[in-house]
Design a protein around this ligand. Structure first.
Ligand code: DQA
Length: 149
């Protein structure tokens, strides 16, 4: 099927360690498993997924800026930068694309410093605590928003 658009799925610091990192919190799915899940989710929609991960705040900001020209929507798991980065928040607000913030764990049942995310107020939707399925739910929301399902 010819692509009718691209959806950026962006992962922040330490998410490259998924599968081995604190599996009691984040589960055993690796980031490659999550990427496959994302691809399966959009497979029949005509959209493609661009899947990226970086441990660097500036690289994440650059990826969000690039999405302005290259993507129809953004799913972002900003990792710990959620709780610290006004710059990432400003980048997401600045590109004005439909966006969903995802956290695999239920950040609200964890340490207090995880309860606030700078990005939540500028994302269209926020999904927490659904594990790897959170990415799937986020993509389904974007597809619905874009009129594709
Ligand atoms: C996380 C939650 C963050 O608090 C944490 O720093 C992460 C992962 C999640 O997916 O549950 O790195 O974003």
């Amino acid at each position: 099927m010819t692509s009718i658009g691209n959806l950026l799925v962006l992962n922040g610091p330490n998410l490259n360690l998924l599968g081995t990192r604190e599996p009691e919190i984040y589960g055993t799915a690796t980031l490659a498993d999550v990427e496959r899940l994302c691809e399966e989710t959009v497979a029949s929609s005509g959209y493609t997924v661009e899947f990226q991960q970086s441990n660097h705040e500036g690289a994440l900001i650059d990826a969000i800026h690039a999405a302005r020209e290259a993507a129809a929507g953004i799913v972002i798991n900003p990792g710990a930068y959620s709780h610290t980065s006004i710059a990432l928040r400003d980048a997401l607000a600045g590109v004005e694309l439909p966006s969903v913030e995802v956290h695999m764990s239920n950040v609200h049942s964890r340490e207090e410093f995880r309860h606030h995310s700078y990005l939540s107020a500028v994302a269209d939707a926020v999904i927490v605590g659904a594990g790897a399925d959170g990415y799937r739910l986020a993509l389904l929301y974007l597809l619905r928003t874009l009129g594709s399902n």
